[in-house]
Ligand binder design. Structure first.
Ligand SMILES: [Zn+2]
Ligand SMILES: [Zn+2]
Length: 142
């Protein structure tokens, strides 16, 4: 079973459509404060690597949310389109933009130390705190 698949997606209004050449089928949730403030809840997302193209670019607004990453959204409908690392150009994209695919598995949760007490997911996943994430992927200043 392949870990990644080409995927097509779109924002809610259809002004932006997305082609990802390699979408990871392992879904992650980020509980960090920034993701929750951005979207109102944890960000459920998939790693789409660096090979992502858009049509309707003129409808995409990009917000620089930290020194190392930026977040894109549709100017027309507000759909969140991506979290993109400035250094590598890697895209982490909200899984809801893409069609449901039975191969997708809820696999991991990050920044579990920032998850508020009022919810938790029952799924068995690999869970990492913020410090564990930075230890694995490098600190943001790298
Ligand atoms: Zn839109
Ligand atoms: Zn986050």
């Amino acid at each position: 079973m392949p870990d990644s698949t080409p995927a097509k997606g779109a924002c809610l209004c259809g002004a932006v459509s997305i082609t990802a050449d390699t979408m990871d089928t392992k879904v992650g949730a980020c509980h960090c404060k920034m993701c929750r403030q951005w979207g109102g809840g944890p960000l459920m997302a998939v790693d789409c690597g660096t090979s992502v193209s858009f049509s309707g670019d003129e409808n995409i607004a990009v917000f620089s949310s930290s020194k190392w990453a930026e977040r894109g959204f549709c100017k027309q409908c507000g759909s969140h389109l991506f979290y993109r690392l400035k250094g590598s150009g890697q895209y982490i994209m909200p899984v809801g933009l893409f069609g449901d695919d039975e191969r997708m598995v809820f696999d991991h949760q990050v920044f579990v130390d920032e998850r508020p007490a009022y919810y938790c997911f029952a799924n068995e996943t690999r869970d990492m705190t913020g410090p564990e994430v930075f230890a694995m992927y490098g600190t943001p200043s790298d």
